[in-house]
Design a protein around this ligand. Structure first.
Ligand code: GLU
Length: 482
């Protein structure tokens, strides 16, 4: 086999759809697995859809996720340019060659003429296809129109009879009657190519051996194969990937605000978890293993493991996986990843080692951090009913004297380290001859204002420090005395 060359060919829309990222991942994995080359090509021929900064979103996402490309717009390579709008001359040259070979022709039909023909076909209940009117123009007529500067497009000349078959590596044999294939535009009047032309020219000139892309191109691939044949080019191996669905009925779409890489990163998913989850969205390793590093994915990946059926994006599964990844982070990495959320919670000036110990094992998503820690920056208002806890045998009445004693003990303490707080409180519990919970329950409520906290009262007091702990105790005692 020649050296494997795969490509990811996104259009710069300003966001990277999960389905697109999966295509990129599979193309990357396949290239790495076979010591091949992974290419990034920007398909920006639809100028109207161009979004400012959109290319950067693509570059940065691929870099962040570790899907480094060997050739691409910002890294160069021997087959550039890798941005389609910079390849106009190339497309024009090949469109002319296709005309010479009888595989394409100039079409001078106006928008109005085409709209009329379409309306007439629809009125007859037929699916509209271009009637090849301009294929039959004489050389003379064409020359006259060109001399007169009439605008034209270049259309593909598809045989009307017969059928075209090819074998897709995932979907098997695909046969399409040629009559179903329209003479689509290859080169627009403004000189820009359509996808129909550009994908073939670029995949060939860039030496792409395996075309990995979305299933929406499965049935138009015979059209592209006509172009390969007209040019006597080798047809690449096709690997079409099924759609990513939100549920059984709906595609994962940008409109739902949960379709792009950035949407998930903003929600506190780790990029490694997302990549790991996406890898399994339509591919199976054939084993029970679910957690994979990128290297492990490279080893395990194979085309045979790809599925034909559309994959449903299971957010719960992703969230479970994310929790595993968060737990597995080293403390240092966890603090780095969580820092934006610590800042949002206003706790970044506190003891982050301690906070991380308390919170890291309890998170499914990083964006849960601010809500879980907000009690550290402000004692929330709370009802004295929270002091009632059956198992500890406490309530608002029993809490008051215990909190007063605790306040006294903590007032005389200057070292608010975990060890010192623990030994002081243990001594107090012994002196009062009560159960641990009889003191710890009301203390947690009094200084955090909530029943459930990441970490216990000792950790919370340590984080708050002496003056804030005492201030909160005073507030809570005053509330009980009212
Ligand atoms: N620009 C096309 C898209 O974003 C790429 C399809 C392909 O991979 O060939 O859908």
């Amino acid at each position: 086999m020649n050296q494997v060359r795969t490509r990811f060919a996104p259009s710069p829309t300003g966001y990277l759809h999960i389905g697109g990222l999966r295509t990129a991942l599979y193309a990357w994995l396949f290239a790495r697995k076979h010591d091949g080359v992974f290419i990034l090509r920007i398909e920006d021929t639809d100028v109207a859809r161009e979004v400012e900064g959109a290319k950067d979103v693509i570059y940065s996402t691929l870099h962040e996720t570790g899907l480094y490309y060997d050739e691409g717009p910002d890294v160069g390579g021997a087959f550039g340019p890798y941005i389609q709008s910079e390849r106009r001359e190339i497309y024009k040259e090949y469109a002319e060659k296709l005309i010479q070979r009888g595989a394409a022709y100039r079409c001078f039909c106006t928008k109005e003429q085409l709209a009329e023909a379409r309306a007439a076909a629809e009125a007859r209940g037929e699916t509209y296809t271009y009637d090849k009117h301009c294929l039959n123009l004489s050389a003379d007529t064409i020359q006259k129109k060109l001399d007169a500067g009439e605008p034209y497009v270049i259309r593909q000349n598809i045989p009307r009879d017969g059928e075209t078959t090819y074998t897709d590596a995932v979907f098997g044999d695909i046969t399409v009657p040629n009559a179903d294939l329209d003479d689509n535009v290859l080169l627009k009047a403004d000189g820009m190519p359509t996808y129909n032309l550009a994908n073939v020219i670029d995949d060939h000139l860039m030496g792409v051996t395996h075309v990995i892309r979305g299933v929406e191109y499965l049935s138009s691939t015979p059209k592209y194969n006509h172009l390969y044949r007209a040019m006597d080019w080798e047809i690449p191996t096709y690997i079409h990937l099924p759609v990513v669905m939100k549920d059984k009925q709906r595609k994962l779409s940008k409109r739902h605000g949960d379709a792009s890489y950035d949407d998930f990163i903003k929600k506190g998913y780790l990029r490694e978890a997302l990549i790991n989850y996406i890898a399994l969205l339509g591919w199976s390793p054939g084993t029970e293993q679910e957690i994979f590093t990128l290297d492990e994915l490279v080893n395990a990946f194979s085309i045979e493991g790809l599925s034909k059926s559309s994959a449903i994006f299971d957010v719960e599964k992703l969230t479970w996986m994310n929790a595993q990844y968060i737990r597995a982070l080293s403390k240092k990495d966890f603090i780095i990843r969580a820092m934006p959320y610590f800042k949002a919670a206003g706790v970044d000036n506190l003891n982050l080692n301690l906070i991380s110990e308390m919170i890291q094992p309890r998170l499914e998503r990083l964006d849960e951090i601010p809500a879980k820690l907000s009690f550290l920056t402000q004692l929330p208002e709370f009802s004295v009913d929270l002091y009632t806890h059956k198992r500890s045998g406490t309530n608002a009445e029993t809490a008051l004297p215990v909190l007063k004693e605790t306040r006294l003990a903590l007032e005389s303490l200057d070292d608010y380290s975990i060890e010192s707080l623990k030994s002081t409180l243990t001594a107090l519990i012994e002196r009062l001859a009560v159960k641990n919970g009889f003191l710890y329950w009301p203390l947690r409520i009094a200084i955090s204002g909530q029943e459930v906290t990441p970490g216990g009262p000792v950790e919370i007091a340590c984080l708050l420090g002496k003056s804030e702990t005492l201030r909160r105790l005073d507030c809570s005692i005053a509330a009980l005395e009212r």
